[in-house]
Ligand binder design. Structure first.
Ligand SMILES: [Zn+2]
Length: 292
């Protein structure tokens, strides 16, 4: 595991947001009408609430995670169960907004998490990624004011709800582990290779490819002693359901600049090279710090 290599939120970042806002205001009308056909895009995130009112709710994600505003807590450790189980099938898909990994396991072998802030088992559903236009930022959450280039969302649903779709109707429906990545100088890193090796097969929106099934523990880091932040929030994409128990480890995992550029080379529905939602207000919510 790598110690986080912090990068400060810079005025460039704020400038970039401003430029994005200006650009989106100047899109020719023909392009605008095309983008309105798609349910949402990242060029005009402030408009999400027009079609999806929950996106203007009071418990939205992502947020800035800061040590100044956290509550320390001593609960049971977060436990990862079945992440060494070999899946029978795995597919990678480009849904036009991100690249998504799903798997199939024999009955009873589906990985799940438990403990920490969770009051029940949360079963693995899918993994997807959020990235930015360059290696400076792209992760959705920030940590102590630092930005990261990539965030991996490991989406789990509460076991009694049976599926992600059904869990979206319940305030405690989902537990999403948001792994932050930092760029490593090493030229060979295997953590994300089982995913990035296949990105060229799903370069176009709405394409799906079978990939060689691999144990999720290969992604690395999940069994290490884990300190993390947790809070109640939402999906970071429309319809922004406020049903997510967020778990964000404070240590970043390594990725290479090449892997980031492979992700950016994916064609998304809205032709952007990024898919990260800006920070949302905390609105008085508590953020808890767990160290196990
Ligand atoms: Zn996500």
């Amino acid at each position: 595991m790598l110690i986080i290599h912090f990068k400060r939120i810079t005025s460039e970042w704020i400038l970039l947001l401003f430029i994005q806002a200006v650009l989106s205001a100047e899109i020719p009308s023909s392009v605008k009408s095309q983008s309105m056909v798609s349910p949402y895009n990242y060029e005009n995130v402030s408009a999400w609430g027009n079609l999806f009112p929950t996106c203007m709710g009071q418990q939205q994600s992502p947020i800035a995670l800061n040590k100044d505003t956290i509550f320390y807590t001593e609960r049971t450790p977060l436990r990862w169960i079945g992440y060494d189980n070999q899946p029978t099938e795995m597919t990678l898909g480009n849904n036009g907004h991100t690249v998504k990994l799903i798997g199939k396991w024999k009955n009873g072998n589906v990985p799940y998490i438990s403990g920490g802030p969770l009051l029940d088992d949360y079963v693995f559903g899918q993994i997807h990624f959020h990235w930015g236009p360059n290696d400076t930022y792209g992760a959705e959450h920030t940590m102590h004011g630092f930005t990261f280039p990539l965030e991996m969302h490991m989406v789990h649903y509460k076991r009694p709800y049976g599926s992600i779709g059904n869990a979206l109707k319940h305030v405690d429906g989902l537990a999403v582990v948001g792994i932050l990545f930092t760029i490593t100088n090493q030229t060979v890193v295997t953590t994300l290779d089982p995913v990035t090796d296949y990105l060229t097969y799903v370069s176009k929106p709405h394409t799906v490819s079978n990939i060689a099934p691999f144990r999720l523990s290969i992604l690395g880091g999940i069994y290490s002693p884990m300190a993390f932040m947790s809070y109640s929030g939402s999906l970071t994409t429309p319809p922004c359901n406020e049903v997510v128990i967020w778990i964000v480890p404070i240590y970043a995992w390594p990725a290479t600049s090449k892997q980031l550029s492979q992700l950016r080379s994916l064609q998304l529905q809205t032709h952007t090279r990024y898919n990260n939602r800006p920070l949302q207000p905390l609105n008085g919510r508590h953020v808890y710090f767990y160290k196990t």
